[in-house]
Design a protein around this ligand. Structure first.
Ligand code: CMC
Length: 378
């Protein structure tokens, strides 16, 4: 009897030099560098280089990445028009899928070892323009292309909100870009890999990944986690809400639990730090940070014996909210960062390990039946 691994748990589909996760001990490293170290001592652009070229850049290499990102922000007017042509209440990630489908029609090209990495950098820059304009379209603002700068995070925030962000905001955005940049092969990256295995183009891989990311059990969890805090409304209501909803109602606590981490997700610790910092200057965000802390305490009391702890999506929403993003944008912000991981993984797969991904399904239906003509069927 063939073995089925439900949810492909513990199935290895590739090797990788990109991301190492030790789920038992709560360790996450990109290319051998601890996530805390990267957040504290590098910028997203350096992590782009690390993921695509295998090590942290020197100053000249970093400058080259900045130039490529800055050059990549422009997208065709038709794609902007498509984003703005959708109803304003459309799903934000769905709007990204639409834009990336269009970009794949325009820019999709065959894989090429010489140009794959530059293509990936353009994909990341274009993702910034797409996400900015999804937000702007939904908020009824005019289109805007991120302007070249020495910080991808700053250009993105500036274009999103038409204002100069503070140094603290840029740092928090940059940290969030790093924290969500890759996580080995979750559902979205696997969807991208399946797509790349047919030698479809890189933009189409992003479309497939976006479709998989959207669900509440994956990228959608940050929105769902934050909606819990909105529903609770004030720190004093937390105990009652938790008792009714989680203890008695047996609802899943969103932002808790992980297939790989059986301890506190290291990304959650860092997001918590930035959530605390930003919420010190923002009363509304502070309220939600306090609620989140209380929910965390109760959640750990209830679930730690089952090895269920806060995951990356638990506090990221408080950071995004404090930066000024509406809740409906949280998954798109995750997607913007993860575009790096998706492209880096598909390049690694296509260049080094390529084979068509074609699993089997074990047939368990009737063995063989005769067709009875429709007139004779009861
Ligand atoms: N709240 C309550 N119970 C939970 C939770 C939770 N958040 N997560 C897992 N469980 C329980 C589940 O009820 C089951 O219990 P039992 O064995 O008694 O039936 C047990 O833990 C195993 O659950 P599972 O769904 O088989 O485990 P999984 O490895 O498939 O779960 C998960 C992973 C992320 C889908 C799950 O923990 C979950 O639904 N969490 C809430 C959604 C969420 O926060 N997702 C973000 C994941 S991290 C970001 C990302 O990778 O995109």
């Amino acid at each position: 009897m063939s073995q089925i691994s439900r949810g492909l748990e513990n199935v290895y589909i590739k090797t990788t030099s990109l991301t190492y996760i030790d789920g038992e001990n709560g360790i996450l490293r990109y290319g051998g560098y601890d996530i805390d170290d990267l957040v504290d001592h590098t910028t997203f652009e350096e992590v782009v280089y690390l993921m695509l070229y295998g090590d942290l850049p020197n100053k000249i290499q970093l400058q080259r990445i900045r130039v490529l990102l800055n050059e990549g922000y422009e997208i065709p007017q038709q794609v902007i028009d498509m984003i703005y042509g959708l109803p304003r209440d459309s799903d934000a990630v769905g709007m990204m899928e639409t834009a990336f489908s269009a970009l794949s029609s325009i820019y999709g090209s065959p894989w090429n070892k010489v140009t794959n990495r530059e293509t990936a950098i353009k994909v990341i820059a274009r993702a910034s323009t797409v996400v900015t304009n999804v937000l702007r379209a939904k908020e009824g603002k005019k289109p805007r292309i991120p302007e070249p700068s020495d910080s991808f995070a700053r250009s993105f925030l500036e274009a999103s909100f038409n204002r100069t962000p503070s140094t603290e905001e840029v740092k928090a955005m940059d940290a969030s870009l790093i924290l969500y940049a890759d996580h080995e092969v979750p559902a979205s990256t696997t969807a991208a890999l399946v797509t790349s295995s047919t030698l479809s183009d890189m933009y189409s891989c992003v479309v497939a990944a976006l479709a998989a990311l959207k669900g509440p059990l994956h990228g959608g969890a940050a929105e769902e986690a934050f909606k819990q805090f909105l529903e609770i409304g004030s720190p004093e209501n937390t105990d009652q809400w938790f008792q009714k909803k989680i203890v008695e109602g047996k609802a899943r606590l969103m932002g808790f639990g992980h297939r790989v981490y059986k301890t506190y997700d290291p990304r959650a610790k860092l997001f918590k730090r930035f959530a605390k910092q930003l919420s010190e200057r923002n009363q509304e965000a502070k309220k939600y940070f306090e609620i989140a802390q209380k929910v965390e305490e109760l959640g750990i009391q209830m679930f730690s014996q089952k090895h269920i702890f806060p995951n990356t999506d638990f506090y990221s929403g408080v950071v995004f909210y404090a930066l000024g993003f509406p809740v409906y944008m949280f998954t798109s912000l995750f997607a913007l960062s993860r575009t790096l991981g998706w492209t880096a993984h598909v390049i690694e797969y296509v260049e080094e390990q390529h084979r068509l991904i074609r699993p089997r399904a074990l047939y368990v239906g009737p063995i063989r039946r005769e067709v009875i003509p429709i007139e004779l069927r009861g």
